[in-house]
Ligand binder design. Sequence first.
Ligand SMILES: [Zn+2]
Length: 260
Amino acid sequence: MTVEPVTDYASRLLAPNPGPMTLDGTNTWILRAPGAGSAVVVDPGPMLEEHLRAVLDAVAQYSVTSVLLTHGHFDHSEGAAWFASQANCPVRSVDPAFRIPTDHARGLAEGDVITSGDLRIEVLPTPGHTMDSVCFWLPQDGSLLTGDTVLGRGTSVVAHPDGALGPYLDSLESLRAFANSPAGVQRLLPGHGPVINDPNAVLTYYLNHRHERLNQVRTALAAGHTTAEAIVHHVYADVDPILWPAAERSVQAQLAYLNP
Ligand SMILES: [Zn+2]
């Protein structure tokens, strides 16, 4: 496990938890302004001590000012409390359950700015994959950390009932508008998979893919397939069956969207 410098401000440590949903594993991001003595850790990852110790080693010469969570799924959050106790720093998250200390000040809301040395991190709420999903924008670096809202390969799931499709489509639209704004988004740093260097193309693909799936679900419903399981067999025939349980959650999210 080695630290991989990705940009001037962001380095990655890959957690050893590969799988059909986690791709190569969870990306733990270490953010630090060039030359600064302090750092921020985003998504410490699952409770795998060898990984968490590697992250601690990577930040040993800096003071960690906070741990941030893109969302509460365990492959991003499970190691946060252990890591924060070792690094002696707070944990900030949308979901109060993960905050350390548990006070309101450790939340993450629209417009929040987190600083660490000269590093500036802006919070962009992007509910949908889960309702507690956020992205982190590094204006100095042109990098947007997307958690599981946008992955480095393939597409993400709307994790019904934690997530919801309507908010997810809105989040993708606002991310695409942001990527095409003068803000200067150069790349997406996802929670799993490789860095995305063409944000607009990938966000457009995500939106088209979602609308295509919705149309397929509408067609399946019209053909009399009414249960999520039947629709998965019909609509996701092209997808590895190992992903069908996740696809079923996505179909449930789509059914909830079509029949609120
Ligand atoms: Zn997730």
